[in-house]
Design a protein around this ligand. Structure first.
Ligand code: NAP
Ligand code: MG
Length: 403
């Protein structure tokens, strides 16, 4: 069989630890035998980030803008322990944060449902997609630790130099303060990507924030969504038979728990960070979740929602057996390759991506799975395999599918 040709390079962002090992195996076992893989490679492994003073991360995001589609491996976000472990000259920022700040937009996360894994909430029979705003708020904050006896103020200096001040707090004792911001343009992009995604998926869209407490900040999000909906999307939603509805975040949480799933839940940046972990865990596993960043200008970055699985990596380094779930990373590749296929009009590449996903799900439904799923699966014939065996099992099913 001839390998499937690609016309535009896919931006490949390599990463760290166990996911870096899986990354290479996925390419060797599942992709390169079938696809004449054309990528522009960026090594976002922590070593390379240190060597380039993190310039590599910025370059990779710029490449994603240039080519339109990227696939990213999980990466270490350094903390104090990592600074020591990797002898870092600086505690480099989260690569995801840097990339999201450059691309802007919304991260859509959807659980991958398989037979045999029952959600912890049994009424969730359809997937809930979390749409996470990817810019600003606490992820772009400025914070300070302050001493007793001073006052903190919010000062805005306009373009003519005129200051507007508001007291934040008069500190009688020691304390902390934090400054947050967002931009109308980014919120508008967030709203439009959610409305477009809902139309694309033909699913209802929910949006929630804390506008009763945050009467200007969160309220702005609510107003922008409503304005854009009324002016640009209302009729399209009616024609598609779907709805948009806004509610308070507390109410949304209660409704989500009581729901059957099957809709998109738009969340502000922090809510989306936390809720996507809650939702994915409730559906089964962090490793059974797709994640894609969609920018307002239509660039796509596919990734896994979980981290670098450090504990497994240390076992791997000691030569011990690991059983790490590669599904989210495989779906990052299939999502990116399918999108490349759609944009470049390469139906064979889209078909390959479909087959790769189908073979992955088939493997688990045949009872062959990694340890995290083995603990959850209700299948009677289930069998736990190691990290590489799992990929080989998918590989043999993929080969059969592509015959
Ligand atoms: P993690 O890598 O997601 O792993 C946490 C635990 O969840 C693992 O120890 C493992 O549990 C389980 N797990 C996660 N993914 C799994 C998989 N694919 N297969 C099987 N089990 C899986 O989170 P972390 O340990 O908090 O973070 C490790 C590093 O990842 C950190 O340096 C962090 O900065 C980075 N991180 C990166 C991203 C990203 O790039 N998107 C996201 C989050 C964290 P058991 O050990 O019990 O088996
Ligand atoms: Mg998180």
């Amino acid at each position: 069989m001839d390998k499937i040709k690609m016309t535009t390079p896919l931006v490949e962002m390599d990463g760290d630890e166990m996911t870096r090992i899986l990354w290479q195996w996925i390419k060797d076992i599942l992709i390169c035998p079938y696809v004449d893989l054309k990528t522009e490679y960026y090594d976002l492994g922590l070593k390379k980030r240190e060597e380039t003073k993190d310039q590599i991360t910025v370059d990779s995001a710029e490449a994603a803008k240039k080519y339109g589609v990227a696939v990213k491996c999980a990466t270490i976000t350094p903390n104090a322990a990592r600074v020591e472990e990797y002898n870092l000259s600086e505690m480099w920022k989260s690569p995801n944060g840097t990339i999201r700040a450059i691309l802007d937009g919304t991260v859509f996360r959807t659980p991958i449902l398989v037979k045999g894994i029952t959600p912890y909430i049994p009424t969730w029979t359809k997937p809930i997609t979390i749409a996470r705003h990817a810019y600003g708020d606490v992820y772009k904050n400025t914070e300070m630790v302050v001493k007793a006896g001073g006052k903190a103020e919010l000062v805005y200096t306009d373009k003519d130099g005129k200051e507007t001040r508001q007291l934040i707090h008069d500190f009688k004792g020691d304390g902390i303060i934090q400054g947050l911001h967002n931009r109308d343009e980014s919120i508008e992009g967030f709203a439009r990507s959610c409305f477009n995604y809902a139309l694309d998926r033909k699913q209802d869209l929910w949006f929630a924030s804390k506008d009763t407490i945050s009467k200007l900040y969160d309220h702005r999000f609510k107003d922008i969504f409503q304005e854009i909906f009324d002016n640009e999307y209302k009729e399209k939603f009616e024609a598609a038979g779907i709805t948009y509805f806004y509610t308070l975040i507390d109410d949304a949480v209660a409704r989500v728990i009581r729901s059957n799933g099957g809709y998109i839940w738009a969340c502000k940046n922090y809510d989306g960070d936390v809720m996507s972990d809650m939702v994915s865990t409730a559906y089964g596993s962090l490793a059974m979740m797709t994640s894609v960043l969609v920018s307002p200008s239509g660039n796509y970055e596919y990734e896994a929602a979980h981290g670098t699985v450090q504990r497994h990596y240390y076992k791997y380094l000691k030569g011990e057996e690991t059983s790490t779930n590669s599904v989210a990373t495989i779906f990052a590749w299939s999502g990116a390759l399918r999108k490349r296929g759609e944009l470049d009009n390469l139906p064979d590449l889209c078909k390959y991506a479909d087959a790769l996903e189908a073979a992955t799900i088939q493997t688990i439904e045949d009872g062959v799975m990694t340890g995290d799923l083995y603990m959850l699966s209700t299948l009677e014939n289930k069998r736990k395999v190691n990290s590489k065996e799992f990929l080989e099992e998918i590989g043999s099913r993929l080969a059969a599918q592509l015959q």
